[in-house]
Design a protein around this ligand. Structure first.
Ligand code: DX5
Ligand code: ZN
Length: 217
């Protein structure tokens, strides 16, 4: 059974709350919130005040994907804003182990994201500390990009590493995932699916959510 995490990057920001209600009603599982700083990635999106404005207004857990430099400086702000999961990029953390412990000290879930070109070795020695690993299936920065298929092998190897160590860790994928390619990542071992444009550009949200679930196996 997959978890579906709509990325609000593709939502209508002038009607953000209504869009969040729509994905909640359509049966999605998490709210994926893309934070970009214009340094780690070329784009700038939103920060803690926007996340806070949704706090308490939806039952969907907040899955906060930090595409920012020096994320350790802002963990507390995102916890206070209502984050249930904080995901930092391995490429942005000099002291990754320390940053993971910092997140866990707030009793929320800790996740690490890897860009398409980053090897799994970046997380080899912290795997046991993580609740989730995010395998980026596009280069982070923008919604609506095309899926990079070389990431499929990385998902398979990660699934093997997790199973061999008998760990209970979610594998999340993010970028270019649609109902017609979701099977590629779920067959490889991913179980948390981020989808931005496929969800928010859909004219029949419930049908799209059902299609995702039906095609994931
Ligand atoms: C990309 C973001 C994604 C993005 C996904 O940097 O991390 O979450 O919004 O959007 P789609 O599903 O349109 O590729
Ligand atoms: Zn994301």
């Amino acid at each position: 059974m997959i978890k579906l995490a709509p990325s609000i990057l593709s939502a209508d920001f002038s009607n953000l709350f209504q869009d969040v209600q729509k994905v909640e009603e359509a049966g999605c599982d998490l709210l994926h919130i893309d934070v970009m700083d214009g340094h780690f990635v070329p784009n700038i999106t939103l920060g803690p005040p926007v996340i806070s404005s949704l706090k308490g207004k939806t039952k969907l857990p907040f899955d906060v994907h930090l595409m920012i430099e020096n994320p350790e400086r802002y963990i507390e702000d995102f916890v206070n804003a209502g984050a249930d999961i904080i995901c930092v990029h391995a490429e942005a953390c000099i002291h990754l182990h320390r940053t993971i412990q910092q997140i866990k000290n707030y009793n929320i879930k800790a996740a690490v994201a890897l860009n398409p070109a980053t090897s799994l070795t970046a997380i080899e020695y912290v795997l046991g500390d993580l609740d989730m690993v995010l395998i980026m299936t596009v280069n982070p920065g923008f919604g609506g990009q095309s899926f990079i298929s070389s990431t499929i092998d990385k998902i398979k190897v990660l699934r093997r590493m997790i199973d061999e160590q008998m760990l209970d860790i979610d594998i999340q994928v993010d970028g270019g995932i649609k109902p017609d390619n979701v099977h590629l990542v779920t067959e490889a071992g991913a179980n948390v699916i981020v989808a931005g444009s496929a969800i928010f550009n859909s004219i029949d949200l419930k049908a799209t959510v059902e299609e995702f679930r039906k095609n994931a196996r």
